[in-house]
Design a protein around this ligand. Structure first.
Ligand code: UDP
Length: 234
Protein backbone atom coordinates (compact mmCIF):
# COMPACT_ATOMS: atom_id res chain seq x y z
CA UNK A 1 0.00 0.00 0.00
CA UNK A 2 2.79 2.39 0.97
CA UNK A 3 5.97 1.91 -1.05
CA UNK A 4 7.94 4.99 0.00
CA UNK A 5 7.28 6.43 3.45
CA UNK A 6 8.65 9.16 5.62
CA UNK A 7 8.82 7.82 9.17
CA UNK A 8 8.83 10.48 11.88
CA UNK A 9 10.15 9.24 15.20
CA UNK A 10 9.74 11.47 18.21
CA UNK A 11 12.82 12.03 20.33
CA UNK A 12 10.88 10.69 23.32
CA UNK A 13 10.38 7.32 21.66
CA UNK A 14 14.18 6.94 21.37
CA UNK A 15 14.54 7.71 25.05
CA UNK A 16 12.84 4.49 26.21
CA UNK A 17 10.36 4.43 29.09
CA UNK A 18 11.75 7.67 30.55
CA UNK A 19 11.68 9.48 27.19
CA UNK A 20 15.09 10.96 28.04
CA UNK A 21 18.55 10.42 26.59
CA UNK A 22 19.18 7.46 24.28
CA UNK A 23 17.86 4.03 25.16
CA UNK A 24 19.90 1.31 23.35
CA UNK A 25 17.05 -1.19 23.65
CA UNK A 26 14.60 1.14 21.88
CA UNK A 27 17.18 2.02 19.22
CA UNK A 28 17.84 -1.66 18.48
CA UNK A 29 14.14 -2.50 18.38
CA UNK A 30 13.39 0.35 15.94
CA UNK A 31 16.40 -0.63 13.82
CA UNK A 32 15.16 -4.21 13.61
CA UNK A 33 11.60 -3.18 12.64
CA UNK A 34 12.91 -0.72 10.05
CA UNK A 35 15.25 -3.40 8.67
CA UNK A 36 12.31 -5.81 8.27
CA UNK A 37 10.35 -3.13 6.38
CA UNK A 38 13.29 -2.44 4.05
CA UNK A 39 13.75 -6.17 3.40
CA UNK A 40 10.03 -6.39 2.56
CA UNK A 41 10.64 -3.82 -0.22
CA UNK A 42 9.53 -0.57 1.43
CA UNK A 43 11.59 2.59 1.05
CA UNK A 44 12.07 4.26 4.42
CA UNK A 45 13.23 7.83 4.99
CA UNK A 46 13.41 8.91 8.62
CA UNK A 47 13.13 12.25 10.38
CA UNK A 48 13.91 12.14 14.10
CA UNK A 49 12.79 14.56 16.76
CA UNK A 50 15.14 15.74 19.47
CA UNK A 51 12.88 16.15 22.51
CA UNK A 52 14.68 13.37 24.42
CA UNK A 53 17.73 15.67 24.52
CA UNK A 54 16.67 19.30 24.12
CA UNK A 55 13.75 21.46 22.95
CA UNK A 56 14.27 25.14 22.18
CA UNK A 57 11.01 26.27 23.74
CA UNK A 58 11.68 24.43 26.97
CA UNK A 59 15.11 26.11 27.07
CA UNK A 60 13.47 29.55 26.95
CA UNK A 61 11.93 28.81 30.37
CA UNK A 62 15.45 28.15 31.66
CA UNK A 63 16.75 31.45 30.30
CA UNK A 64 18.14 30.30 26.93
CA UNK A 65 17.85 32.48 23.85
CA UNK A 66 15.13 30.92 21.62
CA UNK A 67 17.19 30.82 18.43
CA UNK A 68 20.22 29.32 20.19
CA UNK A 69 17.93 26.87 21.97
CA UNK A 70 16.37 25.83 18.65
CA UNK A 71 19.84 25.27 17.19
CA UNK A 72 20.61 23.05 20.17
CA UNK A 73 17.36 21.18 19.51
CA UNK A 74 18.29 20.69 15.85
CA UNK A 75 21.71 19.38 16.87
CA UNK A 76 19.92 16.95 19.22
CA UNK A 77 18.04 15.50 16.24
CA UNK A 78 21.38 14.88 14.53
CA UNK A 79 22.69 12.96 17.55
CA UNK A 80 19.53 10.82 17.42
CA UNK A 81 19.88 10.11 13.70
CA UNK A 82 23.55 9.18 14.07
CA UNK A 83 22.61 6.77 16.88
CA UNK A 84 19.83 5.16 14.85
CA UNK A 85 22.06 4.92 11.76
CA UNK A 86 24.64 3.09 13.85
CA UNK A 87 22.01 0.63 15.11
CA UNK A 88 20.85 0.03 11.51
CA UNK A 89 24.39 -0.45 10.18
CA UNK A 90 25.18 -2.91 12.98
CA UNK A 91 22.48 -5.22 11.56
CA UNK A 92 23.65 -4.88 7.97
CA UNK A 93 21.35 -2.13 6.68
CA UNK A 94 22.87 0.66 4.62
CA UNK A 95 21.97 3.84 6.48
CA UNK A 96 23.02 7.34 5.53
CA UNK A 97 22.52 10.45 7.66
CA UNK A 98 21.80 13.72 5.87
CA UNK A 99 21.64 17.09 7.61
CA UNK A 100 19.59 20.12 6.62
CA UNK A 101 22.58 22.39 7.27
CA UNK A 102 26.14 21.39 6.33
CA UNK A 103 27.90 19.38 9.02
CA UNK A 104 30.40 17.37 7.05
CA UNK A 105 32.13 15.05 7.81
CA UNK A 106 29.61 13.94 10.46
CA UNK A 107 26.88 13.52 7.87
CA UNK A 108 26.06 14.46 4.26
CA UNK A 109 24.53 17.81 3.43
CA UNK A 110 20.93 17.01 2.47
CA UNK A 111 19.98 17.00 -1.16
CA UNK A 112 16.75 15.42 -2.37
CA UNK A 113 18.34 13.55 -5.27
CA UNK A 114 21.02 11.95 -3.08
CA UNK A 115 18.44 10.91 -0.49
CA UNK A 116 16.22 9.35 -3.17
CA UNK A 117 19.26 7.47 -4.53
CA UNK A 118 19.90 5.94 -1.10
CA UNK A 119 16.24 4.85 -0.90
CA UNK A 120 16.24 3.40 -4.40
CA UNK A 121 19.38 1.41 -3.61
CA UNK A 122 17.66 -0.24 -0.64
CA UNK A 123 19.17 1.96 2.05
CA UNK A 124 17.62 4.09 4.77
CA UNK A 125 17.97 7.87 4.52
CA UNK A 126 17.92 9.62 7.90
CA UNK A 127 17.31 13.33 7.40
CA UNK A 128 18.36 15.21 10.50
CA UNK A 129 18.53 18.80 11.68
CA UNK A 130 14.82 19.57 11.19
CA UNK A 131 14.20 22.25 8.58
CA UNK A 132 17.50 23.96 9.44
CA UNK A 133 15.58 27.00 10.74
CA UNK A 134 14.45 27.97 14.23
CA UNK A 135 10.75 28.31 15.18
CA UNK A 136 9.89 25.07 13.37
CA UNK A 137 9.42 21.56 14.72
CA UNK A 138 10.59 18.24 13.37
CA UNK A 139 6.93 17.44 12.53
CA UNK A 140 7.08 20.31 10.03
CA UNK A 141 10.51 19.11 8.87
CA UNK A 142 9.05 15.63 8.36
CA UNK A 143 6.12 17.03 6.35
CA UNK A 144 8.50 19.07 4.19
CA UNK A 145 10.71 16.03 3.45
CA UNK A 146 7.66 13.81 2.82
CA UNK A 147 6.50 16.23 0.12
CA UNK A 148 9.98 16.66 -1.34
CA UNK A 149 10.72 12.93 -1.50
CA UNK A 150 7.31 12.12 -2.97
CA UNK A 151 6.44 9.85 -0.05
CA UNK A 152 3.18 7.89 -0.19
CA UNK A 153 2.59 8.72 3.47
CA UNK A 154 4.07 10.40 6.50
CA UNK A 155 4.03 7.88 9.34
CA UNK A 156 4.16 9.63 12.68
CA UNK A 157 5.35 7.11 15.26
CA UNK A 158 4.63 8.24 18.81
CA UNK A 159 3.67 6.90 22.21
CA UNK A 160 -0.07 7.39 21.55
CA UNK A 161 -2.12 5.20 19.25
CA UNK A 162 -3.72 7.92 17.15
CA UNK A 163 -5.48 11.27 17.10
CA UNK A 164 -8.12 11.81 19.82
CA UNK A 165 -11.07 14.19 20.11
CA UNK A 166 -9.31 15.64 23.20
CA UNK A 167 -6.23 14.82 25.27
CA UNK A 168 -7.01 11.29 26.57
CA UNK A 169 -4.77 11.87 29.61
CA UNK A 170 -6.93 14.83 30.68
CA UNK A 171 -10.35 13.84 29.33
CA UNK A 172 -11.54 10.25 29.99
CA UNK A 173 -14.39 10.66 27.46
CA UNK A 174 -11.92 11.36 24.59
CA UNK A 175 -12.27 8.96 21.65
CA UNK A 176 -9.82 8.05 18.91
CA UNK A 177 -10.46 8.90 15.26
CA UNK A 178 -9.83 6.13 12.74
CA UNK A 179 -9.60 8.76 10.03
CA UNK A 180 -10.22 12.46 9.60
CA UNK A 181 -9.52 15.22 7.10
CA UNK A 182 -6.77 17.84 7.22
CA UNK A 183 -9.51 20.49 7.27
CA UNK A 184 -10.95 19.03 10.49
CA UNK A 185 -7.53 18.52 12.10
CA UNK A 186 -6.71 22.17 11.41
CA UNK A 187 -10.13 23.59 12.36
CA UNK A 188 -10.28 21.62 15.64
CA UNK A 189 -6.61 22.32 16.48
CA UNK A 190 -5.98 18.61 17.03
CA UNK A 191 -2.57 18.60 18.60
CA UNK A 192 -0.84 15.30 17.80
CA UNK A 193 0.92 16.95 14.84
CA UNK A 194 1.57 20.66 14.63
CA UNK A 195 -0.58 22.83 12.42
CA UNK A 196 2.22 23.65 9.94
CA UNK A 197 2.75 19.94 9.33
CA UNK A 198 -0.97 19.35 8.66
CA UNK A 199 -1.07 22.35 6.31
CA UNK A 200 2.01 21.20 4.36
CA UNK A 201 0.73 17.64 4.00
CA UNK A 202 -2.66 18.94 2.89
CA UNK A 203 -0.90 20.69 0.01
CA UNK A 204 0.80 17.50 -1.20
CA UNK A 205 -1.48 15.89 -0.48
CA UNK A 206 0.44 13.33 1.57
CA UNK A 207 -1.65 11.39 4.12
CA UNK A 208 -0.40 11.28 7.71
CA UNK A 209 -0.77 8.13 9.80
CA UNK A 210 -0.38 8.67 13.54
CA UNK A 211 0.38 5.39 15.29
CA UNK A 212 1.93 3.84 18.40
CA UNK A 213 5.50 2.94 17.45
CA UNK A 214 6.27 1.58 20.92
CA UNK A 215 4.16 -1.54 20.24
CA UNK A 216 6.16 -4.38 18.67
CA UNK A 217 5.26 -5.10 15.05
CA UNK A 218 3.06 -2.02 14.52
CA UNK A 219 5.25 -0.62 11.74
CA UNK A 220 5.00 -3.88 9.76
CA UNK A 221 1.23 -4.09 10.37
CA UNK A 222 0.76 -0.55 9.12
CA UNK A 223 2.92 -1.10 6.05
CA UNK A 224 0.96 -4.28 5.31
CA UNK A 225 -2.21 -2.21 5.14
CA UNK A 226 -3.74 -3.06 8.53
CA UNK A 227 -5.85 -0.22 9.95
CA UNK A 228 -3.49 0.97 12.69
CA UNK A 229 -3.71 4.42 14.32
CA UNK A 230 -5.41 7.40 12.70
CA UNK A 231 -5.18 8.39 9.04
CA UNK A 232 -5.38 12.13 8.32
CA UNK A 233 -6.18 12.71 4.65
CA UNK A 234 -7.33 15.33 2.14
N1 UDP B 1 13.88 22.51 15.84
C1 UDP B 1 14.00 23.70 15.14
N2 UDP B 1 13.71 23.71 13.80
C2 UDP B 1 13.28 22.61 13.14
C3 UDP B 1 13.12 21.40 13.88
C4 UDP B 1 13.44 21.37 15.21
O1 UDP B 1 14.37 24.72 15.70
O2 UDP B 1 13.03 22.68 11.92
C5 UDP B 1 14.31 22.46 17.26
C6 UDP B 1 13.25 22.95 18.24
O3 UDP B 1 13.90 23.61 19.29
C7 UDP B 1 12.64 21.65 18.74
C8 UDP B 1 13.85 20.74 18.80
O4 UDP B 1 14.60 21.12 17.64
O5 UDP B 1 12.03 21.80 20.01
C9 UDP B 1 13.55 19.26 18.78
O6 UDP B 1 12.58 18.96 17.82
P1 UDP B 1 11.08 18.51 18.23
O7 UDP B 1 10.62 19.28 19.45
O8 UDP B 1 10.24 18.61 17.02
O9 UDP B 1 11.33 16.99 18.60
P2 UDP B 1 10.31 15.86 19.09
O10 UDP B 1 9.23 16.53 19.90
O11 UDP B 1 9.72 15.23 17.87
O12 UDP B 1 11.15 14.91 19.85
Amino acid sequence: MYKRVLLKLSGESLGGPEGKGLDPESLNRFASEIADAVKAGHQIAIVNGGGNIFRGLQGVGDGFDRVIGDRMGMLATIINSLALSSALRSIGIKAEVFTSTPLEPFARYYNKDNAVKVLEEGGVALIAGGTGSPYFTTDSGAALRALELGADALLKGTKVDGVYTADPKKDPTATRYEELTFTKALADHLKVMDQTAYALCEQGPVPIVVFDITKDGNLARLLNGEPIGTVVHA
